[in-house]
Design a protein around this ligand. Structure first.
Ligand code: TPP
Ligand code: MG
Length: 360
């Protein structure tokens, strides 16, 4: 009996392609990406790291509002996104703004989201994504619905959703995966395990040895991936996407990662719940450093390439924040008119009241 009990956890060995030195340790699973695609992946990670640094600075200057830092999680976020197609739906959490940007959300709208402006949540026509979810885990249930809708319409596309290690303790997490599993919906469920839910360490979150194994109870596939290895995250997500559109059902991917910054810019102090040693242990695994080493060994990346991306990012950010600052302030009537397609009686009355006030 003991052997049977142990066999579940033994299935969840971490999947890796590039080690910390940027060397391929798993040739068989090396994804089939062109040199241009490999360079594009690096470009996106560098760009997003700059965006994170600038967003933190802009927040401190009072020019942005809510902001959840992303540095450290680039491989998990952008490697998974790189495996998607334009028609796929993204159901992000609050930290997943980079995936939205690379899926087509203009930067100035990402900044408006941060400022709490409704226009930050209005995805451009043809961009398939929902606004970042603040309620932990809720996006898993919504994603199951979108994934089932895609399946019923015979679409060869998926709904991907993201939560954190803390999110896996929510009822919605299990409900979403269970529903998607039961109906064989077109879903990819990502858990970015960055070790902490604000200050609560992963060890206190659950007695499960891995978060990936939570897929088993829902009857879906699960895998634990090195979340600092962009090629491993890409390969796992690509595989999950192919399975889903072939009608083989959803998959759960746990990416082992770390956020270098605080939980959000709203005031938590990571030094009170994380040690310096842990920080430096993870900095050694940095996804950009590792991938840069790999690309340099293939003569695909130079310091000049890197500087070009950094300059471009800074320029784009400067323009976008200006546009966000100049964007018309939101009014109470904007809030009301964005809630329902047809306003119920009470909101209609409030609409009239505020229209009159705003026109004064
Ligand atoms: C339902 C719900 N409960 C509590 C919160 C408050 N809250 C915001 S973020 C967070 C921690 C989430 O941690 P994790 O899922 O690991 O994601 P991470 O922030 O690390 O990316 C909590 C408890 C919330 N937003 N929603
Ligand atoms: Mg977390």
């Amino acid at each position: 009996m003991k052997h049977v009990l142990e066999s579940v956890e033994s299935q969840f060995e971490m999947f890796q392609i590039l080690n910390e030195d940027g060397k391929i340790v798993n040739k068989d699973d090396m994804p089939d990406l062109s040199d241009d695609e490999l360079r594009e992946l690096m470009k996106r990670m560098v760009y997003t790291r700059v965006l994170d640094q600038r967003s933190i600075a802009l927040n401190r200057q009072g020019r942005l509002g809510f902001y959840a830092p992303t540095a450290g999680q680039e491989a998990s976020q952008l490697g998974s996104h790189f495996a998607l197609e334009k028609e796929d739906y993204i159901l992000p959490g609050y930290r997943d703004v980079p995936q939205l940007i690379w899926h087509g959300l203009p930067l100035y709208q990402a900044f408006l989201f941060s400022k709490g402006h409704f226009h930050g949540n209005q995805m451009p026509e043809g961009m398939n994504a929902l606004p970042p979810q603040i309620i932990i885990g809720a996006q898993y249930v919504q994603a199951a619905g979108v994934g089932l809708g895609l399946k019923m319409r015979g679409k060869k596309s998926v709904a991907i959703t993201y939560t954190g290690d803390g999110g896996t303790s929510q009822g919605d997490f299990y409900e979403g995966m269970n529903f998607a599993g039961a109906y064989g919906a077109n879903n990819i469920f990502i858990v970015q395990n960055n070790g902490f839910a604000i200050s609560v360490p992963r060890e206190k979150q659950t007695a499960a040895k891995t978060l990936a194994q939570k897929a088993i109870a829902a009857g879906i596939e699960g895998i634990q991936v090195d979340g600092m290895d962009v090629l491993a995250v890409y390969a796992a997500t690509k595989y999950a996407r192919e399975r889903a559109i072939a009608g083989e059902g959803p998959m759960l991917i746990e990416t082992m990662t770390y956020r270098y910054g605080p939980h959000t810019m709203s005031g938590d102090d990571p030094t009170r719940y994380r040690s310096q040693d842990l920080d430096s242990e993870w900095e050694k695994k940095d996804p950009l450093v590792r991938f840069r080493k790999f690309l340099e060994s293939k003569k695909l990346w130079t310091e000049e390439d890197e500087n070009q991306v950094i300059e471009q990012a800074k320029e784009d950010i400067k323009e976008a924040i200006k546009k966000a600052d100049q964007y018309p302030k939101q009014k109470v009537t904007d809030l009301i008119s964005n809630m329902f397609e047809t306003l119920p009686q009470n909101l209609q009355e409030q609409m009239e009241e505020y229209k009159a006030k705003e026109s004064k």
